[in-house]
Design a protein around this ligand. Structure first.
Ligand SMILES: [Zn+2]
Length: 477
């Protein structure tokens, strides 16, 4: 096709591909909601899917058109910052149907570029912004005395959340799926109409920041062919140079805040609130991506600066009033993110009865076997070392043999005893390659399929094996 750039060609392919993916996802939703009496859950799940609906490409609500619109608005703001618009002439932004969380900028030999944001980014940001909303909503009331009463209560219990454990378990439920399968299920947190309004502002800001960050890499002419966030060995998670990440954040933040300020006209207190929401949305997006990265990656080829470093840069650039409010919320948000993404013997395991009995409006009719299975998977990846070994020793001689090697620090030998593919072994031990937990579990399961096993394969055994490999890799560093 004449005049078609590499980015156009790639976008065209992804768009076609999306139709199959969406069909598959809708099928999963059917299965997930079967037997669940709660219609709200189904509605919610389908509303998340509406993002994927293969509607008429000319419809402004089509995800790609929305991404285009957001991109155009952000670019206008960038141009006002004196950024040369030339590199954007051949840039496309497209949503991809992926269950893993990825946002990346691909730059091609013909000078064109493509920003790809996976649908899972929107799902994850949506979830995290709900938590942030629940935390901030009680403080966003016109009555000053109510605000003060809330803040006093929050400071007394040391958290903006009425029950911080529960919020962190709701996040954990999602992370268990992301870590083990590269696809996370959700315990849905419902919002009331007033909370929805706050949520919309936070969420819009979070999405814009993710896109603006990738645009900023292009604007700042960061040279690697690919930059971005994402699991998978073939995609480096952002560029190796952390300074570049902070530069991209810096420009993205400028642009998102500028974009907000232009859109909001109203009384000063509204403008002030919107600035707070905007900054909280941005901080939420940093925490979301950081938390998923921490849960999913055993090792990053190229890592982002920590959420703390990125977050503190955001606060420095925000209006002092917004910064002071956001810094009240930050410690609670950081704690839930941290606890939810800790998978070791110190972890607080998912506790469905407590979640169910808690103060939040969640889907209490979730099928029990879903939550019980999640709890079982959670426990399997948080066993202490001696239990890991004991679990594997009980799994028949073929598996026990490999685990003995791993116990003694002979990683390669153990992986060979477990019949892992040579290419998988190389990928696991190569410190320069990104490695996800779910790719480890998969490699182990593949290897074990070729072993003469006495026991049927059990999930907790392969998860224990992956955890033991992680321990060995840590010990090597
Ligand atoms: Zn980046």
């Amino acid at each position: 096709m004449s005049g078609e750039t590499e980015a156009d060609r790639r976008a065209r392919y992804l768009r076609v591909n999306r139709y199959d993916q969406v069909a598959e996802w809708l099928d999963t939703i059917e299965r997930f909601t079967a037997g669940n009496e709660n219609d709200r859950t189904r509605e919610y799940a389908l509303s998340q899917m509406s993002w994927l609906d293969p509607v008429d490409p000319a419809d402004p609500a089509h995800p790609d058109n929305m991404l285009d619109t957001i991109g155009r608005q952000l670019l206008e703001s960038m141009t006002r910052y004196g950024i040369d618009p030339a590199p954007f002439a051949s840039l496309r932004i497209i949503g991809t149907a992926h269950t893993d969380v990825t946002a990346q900028l691909n730059q091609y030999g013909d000078g064109s570029a493509l920003i790809m944001v996976s649908d899972a980014v929107f799902v994850a940001l949506n979830m995290f912004c709900r938590f942030t909303t629940i935390g901030i909503a009680p403080a966003v009331v016109p009555e000053v005395f109510k605000r003060l009463r809330y803040l006093r209560r929050a400071s007394k219990r040391g958290s903006v959340f009425e029950d911080e454990d529960i919020i962190s378990w709701i996040l954990r439920y999602y992370l268990i799926g992301q870590r083990l399968e590269g696809s996370g299920g959700q315990i849905i947190l419902f919002l009331n109409p007033r909370e929805e309004q706050i949520f919309n502002a936070l969420y819009a800001s979070a999405i814009r920041f993710v896109i603006a960050h990738e645009l900023a890499h292009r604007a700042l002419r960061h040279s690697p062919e690919r930059a971005g966030f994402g699991p998978g060995v073939e995609v480096p998670a952002c560029s190796p140079d952390q300074r570049r990440e902070l530069e991209a954040d810096w420009l993205a933040l400028r642009v998102v805040l500028d974009d907000w300020r232009r859109q909001i006209a109203g009384p000063a207190n509204l403008v002030q609130d919107m600035e707070v929401f905007s900054v909280l949305g941005i901080v939420s997006s940093l925490l979301t991506l950081h938390t998923i990265e921490k849960a999913v990656f055993v090792r990053n080829g190229h890592t982002h600066p920590s959420a703390e470093v990125r977050g503190s840069q955001v606060l420095k650039m925000a209006h002092p009033f917004a910064a002071s409010i956001v810094s009240l919320f930050l410690p609670s948000l950081q704690r839930i993110a941290d606890r939810a993404s800790t998978f070791d013997e110190m972890a607080a395991l998912l506790d469905w009865p407590r979640i169910k009995a808690g103060p939040y409006d969640i889907d209490r009719d979730m099928p029990r076997d879903h939550v019980e299975f999640a709890r079982y998977l959670d426990a399997a990846q948080c066993m202490p070392r001696n239990e890991l070994l004991a679990r594997l020793q009980r799994s028949g001689p073929a598996i026990a043999n490999g685990s003995t090697c791993l116990r003694d620090g002979r990683l390669r030998e153990g992986l060979r005893a477990w019949n892992l593919e040579e290419a998988d072994i190389e990928a696991i031990v190569d410190p320069s390659q990104a490695l996800t937990f779910h790719s480890l579990v998969e490699a182990v399961r593949d290897g074990w399929k070729r072993l003469p096993l006495t026991d049927p394969l059990r999930d907790d055994a392969s998860i224990a094996a992956a955890s033991l490999i992680v321990e060995n890799l840590r010990a090597d560093n």
